[in-house]
Write a protein that binds this ligand. Sequence first.
Ligand code: BES
Ligand code: ZN
Length: 617
Amino acid sequence: MATSIRSPRDPNTLSNYNDWICTHITARFDILFDQKKLVGSVIHKLKSATDGDSREIILDSNHVAIGGVTIDGKPSNWELLPPLEPYGSALKIQLEQGVKLNETIDVEISVQTTEKCTALQWLTPAQTSNKKHPYMFSQCQAIHARSIFPCQDTPDIKSTIDFNISSSLPVIASGLPVRDALGVQSAEGKSLYQFHQRVPIPSYLFALASGDISEAAIGPRSVVATSPDKLQECQWELEADTEKFIGAIEKIVYPYAWGEYNVLILPPSFPYGGMENPIFTFATPSIISKDRENIDVIAHELAHSWSGNLVTNASWEHFWLNEGWTTYLERRILAAVHGEAYRHFSAIIGWKALTDSVEHFGHDHEFTKLITDLKGKDPDDAFSSIPYEKGFNFLFHLETLVGKQKFDQFIPHYFTVFKGKSLDSYEFKSTLLDFFRSDAEASELLDSLDWDTWFYAPGLPPKPQFDTSLVDVVYELSHKWKSLSDTSFKPQPSDIEGLSANQIVVFLEQILLLERPLAPESSKLMGEIYGLAKSENIEVANLYFQVGLKAGDESVVGPTTELLGRIGRMKFVRPLFRSLQKVNRPVAVETFEKYKDFYHPICRAMVEKDLFGKKDI
Ligand code: BES
Ligand code: ZN
C-alpha cells in the first residue's frame, strides 16, 4: 500500500500531512494544577488527500501519554514510533480501509501531558505575582504543540479549533470565547471555558493559559489580561497605543480579521518578548516599563495577525516570511504613529542585532541565510535576529527598489492572495514578479535583482542608508565616552536629559561596540551618574550590565544575577549568561542552578546548551 506519495515541504514534521489534511480540531482538556498536567482528548477531522491510497495516519507527538485512539468512534490500532530527535515519537494509526479523496474521518485520541512536556510551564503559587494561585501557560512555536497532543505539527496545515477547557481558575486561549458558556460550572469546583477559533490556524498558534487572571479594557476591541495586582499598570502601559496601532496597520494591509485583539501579560518566566497567539497576544511583563517605551513588541505581535497568522510560512526554513514581514509591518506601524524617522531608528537598532547574530553564528553559517536548511535540525536552535532583520532588510530593499508608493500597492495584494494559506519564498518571489509584470520599469528592476544572493548567501546583506536623525545625538555621546580619559569631558546626569529609553539603549550598544572596553571605574561611573543600574526599563538595565560585564566591573555581577532571577525572557537571559560566564563562570553556573526551575523548559534547554553544550549552536 502506498504511503506518503510526495515528500512534504516541511522537514520538521514526521506527519504524513500530504496524505491527510486536518481541517478541524476539537480539544477537550482538564487542567490539573496539582499534578501539573493536562488530561483529555483531541478529535482531528482529517480529510483524505489521496483516493484511498493511505492506510496509515502519522501524527507528530513528543513526550505525551496516549490512552487510546478511535476512528469515527471505533477503537483503532496505534503505536508510537521510535523517537527521532528533535522531532519526537510519531504516533502511527492504522486504518482498516482507505478513505476516498476529500472524504473525512474523525480521529479521537485520549491524551495526557507528561512532565517532559516542552510546551507548558507550570508555576507554583510562590512563583506568581500575588503568590496566591498556581499558573500554567503554553508556548507552542516552533514545534512544541506535539508535546501537548498528537497533531500535524507543521505550519503548512491549518485547522479551525474548538477549545473545551475545564479549570479551577480563569482560562485564556487562542480563540474567541463562546460567551454563553464562559465559566460554566463543571465538576469539583471547576468551570468549563469554551472558545472557538473560526479562522483556520496552524498548530503552533494553539495556546492556553490559566491562573489568577483579570481583564481591563485597553481599546474598543481590546483588553489586557494579567494578575489582578498588576492590572492597572498594564492597562496604563497599553491603553494609549493599542488601537492606534490597529488603525495604522489596517490602513497599510486591510481590516483586522480576528474579532478581538487582546494582550495577556504573563509571569516573568515567559521565554519570549511576545508570542502572536491569535485573539490573545502573549507577552512578557518586561514590556511593562512604566514609560510606554517597549510596546513596539505589541506593534510586532499585532502585525503577526496578518503576517504569520493569516499568511504563514510553509516551513520554518522560510521563517523570514513570518518574522521579516512582521518586522517590516511593525516598523510601518511605528512610522505611522511616531513618524518616519522612528522607523529608521528601529531599523538601526535591528541592524545592530543582525550584526550581533551573524557574529555569533559566524559569517558562513547556514543559519545566517534568509532561507535555511533545517533538515534534521531543531528550529529553536536556528532562532535569532537574522530572519527578522535580514527579512526586514530584504523587504526594505524591495520597497526602495520599486518605490514606496508601488510597494504599498503590493502589500494588500500579497496578503489577499495568501490569506488563509501557507507559502514558501519561491511563491513570494513569483507573486511579486507577477504583480509588477505590467509595470515595465519595476519589472526590469526586479528581474535584475540578485534573488539567489538574497535567499541563499550567508552573512550580512548590503547595509541601506538609514535616517540617523534620532541616533546622531547618542553616537556623539558615546564618542565622548570613548575618549573619556584624554579629554575634558565630565559626565553629567544632564548628558542623557531628554533621551528616550530606546536612545539610551542605542547609546549603550555603541559603548559595547567600542574596540577597547571601558575601564571598570568608568563603567561604574556611567551607571551611577546616569542611574542605569536602577532603571525600571529592563532593556536599559540589561545593556548596562552587559557594558559592566565587558568592562570587568565586578559590581554589576550581583545585580546581573538578581536580574537573571527575576526575568526568564531569553533575549536577556541567554546573552547575560554568556557574558557572565566569561567574567565569572562559577557564578554563572551557580546562578543557573539556582534559577533553572524558574525558567521555562525552552529557556532552560537553551541556556543549558549555551553553558554546557555544543559550541556551534
Ligand atoms: N513569534 C515570535 C516568537 C517566537 C519565535 C517564539 C520563534 C518561538 C519561536 C514573536 O512574534 C517574536 O518575534 N517575539 C519577539 C518580539 C520582538 C521582535 C518585538 C521577541 O520575543 O523578542
Ligand atoms: Zn514575531
